[in-house]
Design a protein around this ligand. Structure first.
Ligand SMILES: [Zn+2]
Length: 237
């Protein structure tokens, strides 16, 4: 009986230490390429002691190897059409492993003909060209947007409606299965500006906002990206 008590106490002590130990930082890989951007973008990932990040300047560099062991979250800010089979496989394996993925702004234009990408992973596609009777999508810079939350979710918790100057997209294909987090009533936008995608094997967040420094330096946009990173990593419930 005494031995059992000692074992129980030892287990409790280990659990206490584990609970008190600081969690290792979330490891983020940021991918750019195929579209220019302002360097204010990099500030989105600075100032958080529980986040470390690397930068790949092209999709080819990012996915030349299996990145599952090295990263917890992938943030795509590239605009890419081409990726060889091995690269596509490495991207897909990362998503299927249950890690986090964030598809930001012009990454919604990537991989026009890769069905898995737009239909399953991202839940949307900016149409570069007209598709049958459906016209190509359109964009408009420096629009004033009123944005409000549409879903109770850890990413939108306590978020009050806000104003932001940013680029809008209109005429995108957006899956009816997405869960819209944020929407705008700006008529040059489709409405949804952030959503949880229908993908089930990992947590995937798409964000339409984020064109330039006016967004990158906007406190609510910054908080949105921070929460998306930590939620997709399973660290914000
Ligand atoms: Zn843009």
């Amino acid at each position: 009986m005494k031995r059992l008590l000692v074992i129980a106490c030892a287990i409790l002590a280990v659990l206490t230490v584990l609970a008190a130990a600081p969690k290792s930082p979330v490891r983020l890989l940021v991918v750019t390429g195929g579209h220019d951007y302002e360097t204010s973008f990099y500030t989105l990932f600075e100032g958080y002691p529980d986040l470390v990040w690397d930068h790949a300047t092209s999709n080819k560099e990012a996915f030349k190897q299996n990145i599952v062991p090295k990263y917890d979250v992938l943030l795509l800010y590239d605009m890419s059409q081409d990726l060889d089979d091995k690269g596509r496989q490495n991207l897909q394996v990362f998503a299927e492993s249950g890690k986090g993925v964030i598809v930001l702004h012009h990454a919604l234009v990537s991989y026009q003909t890769w069905g898995w990408w737009s239909k399953e992973l991202v839940g949307a596609r900016y149409r570069l060209e007209k598709e049958g009777d459906t016209p190509a999508s359109t964009y408009k810079h420096d629009e004033e947007l009123r944005v409000s939350a549409t879903l109770e979710h850890p990413i939108t918790a306590g978020l009050k409606p806000f104003q932001i100057t940013d680029e809008t997209y209109k005429g995108m294909w957006i899956s009816p299965a997405v869960k819209v987090l944020l929407k705008t009533d700006n008529p040059t936008s489709d409405g949804p500006v952030a959503w949880i995608t229908p993908y089930e094997k990992s947590r995937v967040v798409s964000v339409q906002l984020g064109h330039d420094g006016k967004a990158h330096r906007h406190p609510v946009f910054r908080e949105l990206i921070r929460r998306a990173i930590f939620w997709s990593a399973g660290r914000l419930e």
